[in-house]
Design a protein around this ligand. Structure first.
Ligand code: PMP
Length: 430
């Protein structure tokens, strides 16, 4: 692999963009070195500006479940773009996408589109506070819900990677109503509700965490969450920005059979364009302006290009039902990684839910941020580079999920495992 053009392009970017990136997660900060600069993507492959190609397990951090430049998405975008790119007025596309979301996500009767996952969680929290007339929010260490001030406390993802649990610039006032609890810890949850239950507006949770690596919640933990929030009149918010249409067509809630009061969505519903959404029961959602009084707005919200890409993506997912196949391929990858690591004598965990998974360099299962933080991140960084050199593009942090697309075939899984065998071998001999 040669990365000279990427290096030069990144140096140029750093002069005008802080750290050369528009989002810290992509900066390769946790693995050292500079990021590769992408020229294009096609199917499950990425091509960088030096002419190298990679099997892509980042998939834009989740959205590209159909792979890059899927023909149905490209032609929907082509049709839409000739009609104008933004009107700030209603279009039929928004209603069509909303109808699909409401039909597929079990707890959602009405949905409002925004432009990112961050906007979705920020708006859901505001709505929950207005609806309940309470201030306190519960979140879990290692869960990431975007860079909303009150949620940027003990967050996972790049915040965890960079060891900045609370960002400078987040005021004490913004963070003081946020209670941070341990993920999967029923006892702590009960204690928090016994102490503060009547002040808690909402609990926000990733039902399958992806932002400390893939850590599925225990069903008993989520059931307890549902029970306590109901008993105390707090709202339960499932942050399904990552899991929505990823772990199943109806998201994690459809797998678990546990219905939240509000759901936040993003990533896949935009088909690779900037979209977020929040939805829930009509009785709650109708507190938003212009029906109710809770203010939330957006010049580009419901943007026709974004709606067209999202709609095309969800239509393909619904028509083709790729989830059994995604499950099979992901299982093959997970099994392969486990047996290769065992053969090389390297202690790892592979944790998975559908087509999101993480290879943890950890001798014990990861259940929460405490166990996640015991991973051997140096070993991860070595593995990451060994894979990149062999044409496999993984998330550049131990604390992220890998994603598969519908166009990762058996051939790519085999190539990935071949690369992994060599990469594990390289670790062993160091
Ligand atoms: N919630 C979850 C669960 C996420 O994974 C993310 C992003 N990775 C967000 C919220 C924030 O979304 P965005 O980056 O679109 O603001």
């Amino acid at each position: 692999m040669r990365w000279e053009r990427s290096r030069v392009a990144f140096e140029r970017a750093k002069r005008v963009i802080p750290g050369g990136v528009n989002s810290p997660a992509r900066a390769f900060g946790a693995v050292g070195g500079h990021p590769i600069v992408i020229e294009r993507g096609e199917g499950c492959r990425l091509y960088d500006i030096d002419g190298n190609s990679y099997i892509d397990y980042v998939l834009s951090w989740g959205p590209m479940i159909l792979g890059h430049a899927h023909p149905a998405v490209v032609s929907a975008l082509e049709r839409a773009i000739h009609r104008g790119t933004s009107f700030g007025a209603p279009t039929e596309l928004e209603t069509q996408l909303a109808e699909v979301v409401c039909r597929l996500v079990p707890s959602v009767e009405k949905v409002r589109f925004v432009n990112s996952g961050t906007e979705a969680t920020m708006s859901a929290i505001r709505l929950a506070r207005a609806y309940t007339g309470r201030d306190k929010i519960v979140k879990f260490a290692g869960n990431y819900h975007g860079h909303v001030d009150c949620l940027l406390v003990a967050a996972g993802s790049s915040a965890a990677t960079l060891g900045v649990p609370t960002s400078p610039g987040v005021t004490h006032a913004a963070a003081k109503d946020t209670l941070v609890l341990r993920y999967n810890d029923v006892g702590q949850l009960e204690d928090a509700f016994n102490q503060h239950g009547h002040e808690i507006a909402a609990v926000i949770v990733e039902p399958v965490a992806g932002n400390m690596g893939c850590v599925p919640a225990d069903v008993a933990f989520l059931r307890k969450l549902r029970e306590l929030t109901t008993a105390f009149g707090s709202l339960l918010i499932f942050d399904e920005v990552m899991t929505g249409f990823r772990v199943a067509l109806g998201g994690a809630q459809s797998l678990l059979g546990i219905l939240p009061d509000l759901t936040t969505l993003g990533k896949i519903i935009g088909g690779g364009l900037p979209v977020g959404a929040y939805g829930g029961r009509t009785e709650i959602m109708d507190h938003i302006l212009p029906v109710g009084k809770v203010f939330q707005a957006g010049t580009l919200s419901g943007n026709p290009l974004a709606m067209a890409a999202g709609l095309a993506t969800l239509q393909v997912l619904e028509q083709e039902n790729p989830y059994p196949e995604l499950e099979k391929r992901s299982q093959q990858l997970a099994d392969g990684l486990l047996s290769l690591a065992a053969r090389a004598g390297i202690p790892v965990q592979v944790q998975r839910c559908g087509s999101m998974l993480t290879l943890f360099f950890n001798s014990q299962p990861v259940r929460d941020w405490d166990t996640a933080s015991q991973c051997d991140v140096k070993q991860f960084a070595q593995f990451f580079w060994a894979m990149l050199e062999r044409g496999v593009y993984l998330p550049c942090s131990q604390y992220e999920a890998w994603f598969l697309s519908t166009v990762h075939s058996e051939r790519e899984i085999d190539q990935t495992l071949e690369a992994a065998e060599a990469a594990f071998g390289q670790l062993r001999t160091r």
